[in-house]
Design a protein around this ligand. Structure first.
Ligand SMILES: C[S@@+](CC[C@H](N)C(=O)[O-])C[C@H]1O[C@@H](n2cnc3c(N)ncnc32)[C@H](O)[C@@H]1O
Length: 250
């Protein structure tokens, strides 16, 4: 299967940086409220490692498994991890995807940010089932849900612009419905010198959409309960096992 991130990895880390500004403290807060105190943290679709950095800062000493299927993204991730002693000592970068990579039983938390839409419904359900079986008591799965929640057209919009040295980098996104619960994103990346295009790339990938209500019902089938956390605009959700006593409180 082709990797849409093969050509966008060059741009993704710098263009996703701004969206991590509010996301990082919200993720740190969600992780510090996880009741489980032991076990590793699994970061699914760790990308360039911005989440890994937040996990390591929020939960000192905790081992992290950073699962990432794209070799191009792993190159950025490995560089980020290798560069910092405190990451290199406890972050393991695992090549593979959500469905194919084993995690140990008793994980403290699973983080899946900006990636749940990559999972077709069957794989998404499998992930909820696996979390219900393999989270430590009091453990949590943290993910985010971003619009659109139904398969609709998304008009092309600039999502980010940064300047590095003498060049500007831009990201643009649009989407079209391509199935009953599916859209296809088109991402255009551009490099400009004084407003003139110098380089760029366009990629498309499938993305499965769902509403929060449908998801809440879906995770309940796996024995999990969904609650929102952080600023509502972030779409941050925490899943805990219904049978963990404290998840019934607050
Ligand atoms: C938009 S990026 C987000 C990266 C990172 N989580 C962040 O928020 O900065 C989505 C990531 O999910 C990864 N991905 C795609 N399909 C996946 C799957 N089935 N299992 C795990 N990761 C996947 C991609 O390779 C990519 O690195």
């Amino acid at each position: 299967m082709s990797d849409p991130y093969e050509r966008s990895a060059e741009y993704l880390d710098i263009l996703i940086a701004e969206s991590w500004e509010p996301l990082a403290p919200a993720l740190a807060d969600a992780l510090s409220n996880v009741r489980a105190r032991t076990g590793a943290v699994v970061d699914l679709g760790a990308g360039s490692g911005r989440g890994v950095r937040v996990i390591c800062d929020a939960l000192p000493q905790t081992p992290v498994l950073a699962v990432e299927p794209s070799a191009a993204m792993r190159a950025v991730l490995l560089a980020r991890v290798h560069e910092a002693d405190e990451l290199r000592e406890r972050v393991t970068v695992v090549p593979g995807d959500c469905a194919g990579v084993d995690w140990p039983d008793g994980v403290r938390a699973v983080v899946a940010l900006n990636m749940i839409g990559h999972l077709p419904p069957g794989q998404r359900r499998a992930l909820w089932g696996r979390a219900a079986r393999q989270l430590a008591p009091g453990g949590a799965l943290v993910f985010n849900l971003a619009p659109p929640f139904t398969p609709v057209e998304v008009e092309r919009v600039r999502t980010a612009r940064v300047v590095v040295g003498e060049l500007e980098y831009e990201g643009w996104a649009s989407a079209r419905p391509t199935g009953a619960d599916e859209i296809t994103w088109r991402m255009d990346y551009g490099v400009l010198r004084q407003g003139r295009p110098l380089a760029g790339a366009s990629v498309e990938y499938r993305w499965w959409v769902t509403t929060e209500g449908a998801l809440a019902a879906e995770v309940a089938e796996a024995g999990l309960v969904l609650r929102r956390t952080g600023d509502s605009g972030l779409g941050l959700c925490v899943l805990e096992r219904v049978s963990d006593p404290a998840s019934q409180v607050g």
